[in-house]
Ligand binder design. Structure first.
Ligand code: ACO
Length: 152
């Protein structure tokens, strides 16, 4: 499966729909896509995913958004997108790559740990402070963000 990663500067409705799948806050999405690097992921010219990379602390790159279109999930594309982000970080001399996800995002936590990310902390009440609407996932109210890091 040959994926193409294109850096983009204009977000289409299709891009937004993927970005908002990973993060329902349009305000936060607009903020970090403005500051970071957004890549669309194409498979045979079809948009199948997005990823947003943001330099945060010195030598640290954060994957602030990653999403695969529902029709293309569970086929290994998410893993390939994360490998792309790790490759980007290595080429650009970052030392660590970080990602944060909901404590209720059990599949995502599985995926990141499968890719050797380690849990470094908890941003307690992050989703209560930054999101106006309650988020339910896997039958639980989402409150806390789990922070993970991979040293490269
Ligand atoms: N539930 C259960 N298992 C999952 C999930 C999930 N939501 N996501 C991934 N996995 C597992 C897969 O089963 C697979 O396991 P295996 O290797 O043992 O077969 C493994 O993780 C790798 O999965 P991929 O197929 O590579 O991942 P996929 O292409 O489905 O993309 C992603 C994963 C990006 C999380 C996708 O499910 C998605 O877009 N979800 C909605 C948006 C989202 O939650 N994004 C992440 C939010 S956090 C952030 O953006 C920083």
């Amino acid at each position: 499966m040959e994926l193409l990663f294109n850096e983009i500067n204009q977000l289409s409705n299709e891009h937004y729909s993927l970005l908002l799948d990973a993060d329902p806050s349009k305000k936060l999405v607009d903020d970090y896509t403005y500051r970071g690097l957004t890549y669309e992921v194409l498979l045979n010219e079809t948009l199948v995913g997005v990823v947003v990379l943001l330099p945060t602390r010195p030598e640290t790159l954060e994957i602030v958004n990653v999403a695969v279109h529902p029709n293309y999930q569970k086929q290994g594309i998410g893993q390939k997108i994360i490998l792309f982000a790790i490759g980007y970080a290595k080429r650009n001399n970052y030392r660590s790559i970080e990602i944060g996800t909901g404590s209720t995002s059990l599949g995502q936590l599985y995926l990141y740990q499968k890719m050797d990310f380690r849990i470094t902390g908890v941003d307690t009440d992050f989703f209560l402070h930054h999101y106006s609407e309650e988020i339910m996932e896997n039958g639980l109210v989402l409150k806390d963000m789990i922070r993970l890091r991979l040293d490269i």
